[in-house]
Design a protein around this ligand. Structure first.
Ligand SMILES: Cc1cc2nc3c(=O)[nH]c(=O)nc-3n(C[C@H](O)[C@H](O)[C@H](O)COP(=O)(O)OP(=O)(O)OC[C@H]3O[C@@H](n4cnc5c(N)ncnc54)[C@H](O)[C@@H]3O)c2cc1C
Length: 453
């Protein structure tokens, strides 16, 4: 057997590292506090219906090359469905479709963009200029993006109907709080760099199934030992090295390398003394902030949407996803509100009412359909916040302690908090473990080739 790696946390970061290391002969054990894989990309059983619901719809994009590689490697890619057209709806119920045409990137979306009914010709000129200038900003610039937009000829309408519309859901942060670096990344990598970059992929099945049996089988076939319901209490340090893990049940686990892939808010609790928190490597974590996401789950007695999803322009909800007939006479859809601070302190019934009223205004069938059920789920710390300069607080995967590594969407990946970012962090952590043994292997997948323009 190869060297032993203990991975704490079986979210996508831990899972990606496990797949990479198991394929390279490491003896991998995963310790996960919950009774399931997938971490924040998760489902739960709805008590009212017994149905398995995703906490929130998860979407990936064509530019997520590492997430896609992970899904192909573990044999779960067939559970994702590509939605190559994006549908945009305004409060007057008019709909525009964004679709790539025959032109090469970055012009592949130009025809759809020029037809978009919710932007005036002047808006389109402003946005075109903004994108041109954005492409010319150095990748490392990370000042406040809103100020940058205001300096680059953008109007309140283009802020609301284009920049904010795209970024709030892509980054789970409001325009006012977003830094230039990740805003630039969304537009360049997601929309302009490659004709497939913007294509949305949505799981056909609940996340519990996506990161369920198939993935578990793959791990078993590759001799990864997964211990669910196995919470780690702390890691002990002796003479500058991690010398073991203590589980909450008192059991001790030892390995050659330790990879901690828990959310950043949990990391420092796992170390024995507060001195760790003062190490400069970890101290930036105190500065990371989080951003909430609210999803409203609605069941009607008939189908309400004719599209697989709709992006809502100038509305309270941001995306609506049609999830089909999940039980006889129960047509399920989910409305997602990212960076949902506006709901702080608002009663669930009020959130429900406002979203249902909006659905009834936008989709007349919803007004006459029977509402079967509705449920609001808010994840208060859904993702870390991509505020200007956030990268200076994100640690690299190799820690100053020789046999300790970290992974998670919050580590230094060059990506915002996404499934792609989490998988990248896992691959980067695996690269760092290989490098400590003198093996120089690149596991992170290349980006989609960006066209020169
Ligand atoms: C509501 C919501 C919507 C989102 N939508 C999208 C989307 O559409 N597209 C997208 O790409 N991303 C989305 N994300 C982000 C995405 O889910 C995360 O970026 C990604 O799943 C993070 O993975 P991770 O492995 O870094 O962390 P986590 O998923 O948080 O994994 C950490 C794991 O560590 C475990 N753990 C914690 N403490 C311990 C302990 N003491 N012992 C053992 N185990 C422990 C946890 O149980 C968990 O399983 C969304 C997130 C949320 C919350």
């Amino acid at each position: 057997m190869g060297e032993r790696v203990a991975i704490v946390g079986a979210g996508l970061a831990g899972l990606a590292a496990a797949t990479a290391l198991a394929q390279r002969g490491y003896d991998v054990a995963m310790l996960e506090a919950r009774q399931r894989l997938g971490g924040r990309a998760s489902s739960f059983t709805d008590a009212a219906s017994g149905q398995i619901l995703d906490t929130c719809q998860h979407v990936s994009m064509g530019c997520c090359t590492n997430f896609s590689h992970f899904c192909r490697t573990t044999g779960i890619a067939h559970l994702l469905e590509k939605q190559a057209d994006l549908w945009f709806m305004t409060p007057d119920r008019r709909v525009s479709r964004l679709r790539a045409d025959a032109l090469p990137a970055p012009l592949h979306l130009a025809a759809s963009f020029l037809r978009a009914h919710y932007l005036s010709p002047m808006d389109k000129l402003r946005i075109g200029w903004g994108l041109h200038c954005l492409r010319r900003t150095p990748a490392e610039d990370d000042g406040p993006f809103l100020e940058w937009l205001q300096r680059h000829w953008q109007s309140p309408r283009t802020l609301a109907r284009f920049w904010g519309l795209v970024l709030t859901s892509a980054l789970n942060e409001s325009l006012e709080r977003t830094g230039l670096r990740y805003a630039r990344k969304v537009f360049l990598d997601g929309f302009l760099g490659h004709r497939r970059g913007f294509e949305v992929e949505v799981p056909r099945v609940p996340l519990a199934r996506l990161y369920g049996v198939e993935l578990q089988d793959w791990l078993t076939r590759h001799a990864v030992r997964v211990r669910l319901g196995c919470a780690v209490r702390r890691l002990s340090i002796e003479e500058g090295r991690i010398d073991g893990i203590e589980l909450r049940n008192g059991e001790k686990v030892q390995a050659d390398h330790y990879l901690v892939a828990v959310p950043f808010e949990r990391l420092l609790d796992l170390f024995p003394d507060s001195a760790m928190a003062r190490e400069s490597y970890f101290s930036g974590l105190h500065n990371l902030e989080t951003s909430p996401i609210t999803s409203v789950h609605v069941w009607y007695d008939r189908p309400v949407l004719k599209w697989p999803h709709v992006v809502l322009v100038d509305c309270l909800g941001q995306w609506v996803f049609a999830r089909g007939e999940v039980a006889a006479g129960e047509h399920y859809l989910q409305v997602v509100v990212s960076a949902a601070r506006l709901f702080q302190g608002v009663r669930q019934e009020d959130i429900q009412r406002r979203i249902l009223e909006e659905l009834a205004r936008l989709f007349p069938i919803a007004a006459s359909a029977r509402l079967v059920r509705v449920r609001v789920v808010t994840e208060r710390a859904a993702t870390f916040s991509v505020v200007p300069g956030v990268d200076r607080w994100r640690p690299a995967q190799a820690s100053p302690i020789a046999n300790l590594f970290v992974a998670g969407d919050w580590t230094a990946t060059g990506w915002p908090a996404t499934m792609e970012g989490a998988v990248r962090s896992g691959y980067l952590a695996a690269e760092a473990i290989l490098a400590r043994r003198g093996q120089d292997e690149r596991l992170v997948q290349p980006d989609l080739a960006r066209s020169e323009w």
